[in-house]
Write a protein that binds this ligand. Structure first.
Ligand code: NAP
Length: 255
C-alpha cells in the first residue's frame, strides 16, 4: 500500500457499514479519502475518529445524494478544486428494497437502479475522466458487487436487487475491456461478498426489523472490516496484477 500514500480515493456510501470501514482503513494506510453520503455528519464523526487515532491519511466528508447526477458532478468538481482529482474510486453505496417482480413498486425498482447502477456508472465515468486528464495511468476502480450478482437465489424480495448486481458484474468486466482498449493500466475490480452484518438489511426492511434480524441470525456472518481488508488486498496488489473478481463468503455459508 506504500504507493497509495497521499493519493486520493473516493469512497461512496462512507457514512456507515462497509463504506465507513473501507474509508477508515484507507486513511489508516495514509490516503486522502473523500467519503460521500447523504448523512455527512456521520462521516465527520468518522473523520474525527481517524484524526484522534493518529492515522497518517485524512478523511474529507462530502454530502452527496448519488441518485442525483448534478450532485455527483458537483462533488467531482469540488474534488478537482480541492485535491486535483481522484486516483481510486470505490463504488460502494448501494441499497435493496424488498420489491418482488410480481408485486413490487416501480419506485423501489427505479431507486435501486438509480443508485446501484446509474450512480455507480456516473462515478466510474467521472473518476476515469479525472484520472485521464491528469495522466494517472495506475488508478483503480473497485465496485461493491454481491454474491447475488452471480447467481439467482429463490428469494423474491431480492430478485430486482440481484438484477442490479448482475449489472455491476457486466459493468466491471465491460470497464476492464474499455480500459484495455484505451491502452490504460487503470484496474477494474468487482468485490462480491455474501451476508455482511451492517445496516443494509435493516434499511431494506425498515418497517419489519425482525426480517432483517432473521437474515443475519443463522450463520457467523462477515463484518464490514473483512471487506475493507479485501479492498486493501486488491489495491495493494502489484500494479501489473488485476484482480477482476473477488467472492467472499462466510465459511459457514451454504450458498
Ligand atoms: N451488507 C451485505 O450483506 C452486503 C452483501 C453484499 C454486497 N453488499 C453491498 O455492499 C455495499 C455497501 O453495503 P452496506 O452493507 O455497507 O450497506 P449499508 O450499511 O446500508 O450502507 C449503505 C451506504 O450507502 C449510502 N447510500 C445509500 N443511499 C445513498 C444515496 N442515495 N446517495 C449516497 N449514498 C447513499 C448510505 O449512506 P447515507 O444513507 O448516509 O446516504 C450508506 O453509507 C452495497 O453496494 C451493497 O449492495 C452488501
Amino acid at each position: 500500500m506504500e504507493r497509495w500514500k497521499g493519493r486520493v480515493a473516493l469512497v461512496t456510501g462512507a457514512s456507515v457499514g462497509i463504506g465507513a470501514a473501507v474509508a477508515k482503513e484507507l486513511v489508516r494506510h495514509g490516503m486522502t479519502v473523500v467519503g460521500c453520503a447523504r448523512n455527512v455528519d456521520k462521516i465527520q464523526e468518522l473523520a474525527a475518529e481517524c484524526k484522534k487515532a493518529g492515522y497518517t491519511g485524512v478523511l474529507v466528508p462530502i454530502k452527496c445524494d448519488l441518485t442525483k447526477e448534478e450532485e455527483i458532478l458537483s462533488m467531482f468538481a469540488a474534488i478537482k478544486a480541492q485535491h486535483k482529482g481522484v486516483d481510486v474510486c470505490i463504488n460502494n453505496a448501494g441499497l435493496a428494497h424488498p420489491e418482488p417482480l410480481l408485486s413490487g413498486k416501480t419506485s423501489g425498482w427505479k431507486n435501486m437502479l438509480d443508485l446501484n447502477v446509474i450512480g455507480l456508472s456516473i462515478c466510474t465515468r467521472e473518476a476515469y475522466q479525472s484520472m485521464k486528464e491528469r495522466n494517472v495511468d495506475d488508478g483503480h476502480i473497485i465496485n461493491l458487487n454481491s454474491l447475488v450478482g452471480h447467481s439467482v437465489y429463490p428469494f423474491a424480495d431480492g430478485h430486482f436487487y440481484a438484477a442490479t448486481k448482475y449489472a455491476v458484474t457486466a459493468l466491471t468486466e465491460g470497464l476492464r475491456q474499455e480500459l484495455h482498449e484505451a491502452k490504460s493500466h487503470i484496474r477494474a475490480t468487482s468485490i462480491s461478498p455474501g451476508l455482511v452484518e451492517t445496516e443494509f438489511a435493516y434499511r431494506a426492511y425498515s418497517k419489519e426489523p425482525e426480517k432483517a434480524a432473521a437474515a443475519y441470525a443463522p450463520n457467523k456472518n462477515l463484518v464490514a472490516v473483512d471487506i475493507a481488508e479485501a479492498v486493501v488486498y486488491v489495491l495493494g496488489a502489484p500494479p501489473h496484477v488485476q484482480i477482476g473478481e473477488l467472492k467472499i463468503r462466510p465459511v459457514e455459508s451454504a450458498i
